[in-house]
Design a protein around this ligand. Structure first.
Ligand SMILES: [Zn+2]
Length: 180
């Protein structure tokens, strides 16, 4: 393996490359512009999505029964695999279960056949950085007396970025934008 992936920088690079600098990020368009097909299917609840490269064409499958915000995160996560782990998804179909629920990494019992925890953490970081670009989120929070336990402003910002409140909270903590 070459140099260690930097999901934050690579997500920002993709956005810069496509000239996208506003939110909500049209993540399906990002996937398409990076050469992937996006398809929706009614999967079991715990299955978020999957990605595979078939004859050179990346195909992302998304659970059509999930909340739209969760579908957006799934697509962003899969684009992360496409950008960071191309060899892995060329070799075999990559299936994602429940990653959006347990952001801090997959539990032991969920790991089998899902690739390494490290790979999932990288794809989640990429997904979060793609949907909630650091610069835009920072300017959104700037000058606000921001308290992570105050629900109303969080919900407003989550709506603006079209992400779940949980994803936003995790992103804010991860960027060190709150003492909470
Ligand atoms: Zn994954």
């Amino acid at each position: 393996m070459g140099k260690r992936p930097n999901p934050e920088a690579q997500a920002q690079h993709v956005l810069n490359d496509l000239g996208l600098d506003s939110v909500p990020v049209n993540v399906e368009r990002v996937a398409k512009l990076r050469g992937a097909k996006v398809r929706y299917s009614p999967f079991d609840e715990e299955l978020s999505g999957m990605i595979h490269i078939k004859e050179g064409m990346p195909i992302i499958l998304v659970n059509s029964l999930h909340h739209p915000n969760r579908q957006r995160f799934t697509i962003a996560h899969e684009v992360g695999h496409l950008e960071l782990h191309r060899d892995m998804i060329t070799a075999e179909v990559h299936v994602d279960k429940s990653f959006a629920i347990e952001f801090r990494g997959l539990r032991r019992d969920q790991q089998s056949g899902l690739g390494t925890v490290e790979v999932e953490i990288q794809a989640n970081r990429f997904g979060a950085a793609l949907l909630m670009p650091a610069r835009i989120l920072e300017s959104e929070l700037e000058g606000k007396q921001f308290d992570i336990d105050d629900e109303a402003p969080l919900e407003k910002i989550a709506r603006k970025f079209k992400v779940s409140k949980q994803a936003l909270e995790y992103r804010i903590r991860n960027l060190g934008l709150t003492a909470g």
